[in-house]
Design a protein around this ligand. Structure first.
Ligand SMILES: [Zn+2]
Length: 88
C-alpha cells in the first residue's frame, strides 16, 4: 500500500469512528437516541450535520487521491520528500 493510500485509509477509519459517534448527539427526546449502532432518520440536526461533514471530507479525500494518482502518472513523486526533490 502506498503512502497516499495508507493516509486515506487512516482518515477514513477516523471518519468511520466519527460517524459511529454521531449517534451520541441525538436530542434527548429523539426516539432513536437510545438505539445503539446504526443511525435512523430523525429530525435531529446535530447527527445530520456530523454525517454531512463526514461525507464532504470523504469527497475531499477522493479528490486528493485522484490528483495524487494523476500526478504520479505524470512521474511526480508523492509525498515530496527531500530526497525525491533532490533527484528531480
Ligand atoms: Zn435523533
Amino acid at each position: 500500500m502506498d503512502t497516499a493510500t495508507e493516509l486515506a485509509s487512516f482518515v477514513h477509519a477516523r471518519l468511520d469512528e466519527e460517524g459511529r459517534d454521531a449517534v451520541l448527539f441525538h436530542e434527548l427526546d429523539c426516539p432513536v437516541s437510545h438505539t445503539a449502532g446504526r443511525i435512523s432518520r430523525c429530525g435531529c440536526h446535530c447527527p445530520a450535520r456530523i454525517l454531512a461533514r463526514i461525507a464532504i471530507h470523504r469527497e475531499v479525500i477522493r479528490g486528493c487521491q485522484q490528483r495524487i494518482k494523476h500526478e504520479q502518472e505524470k512521474g511526480l513523486c508523492w509525498p515530496c520528500t527531500q530526497s525525491s526533490r533532490s533527484r528531480s
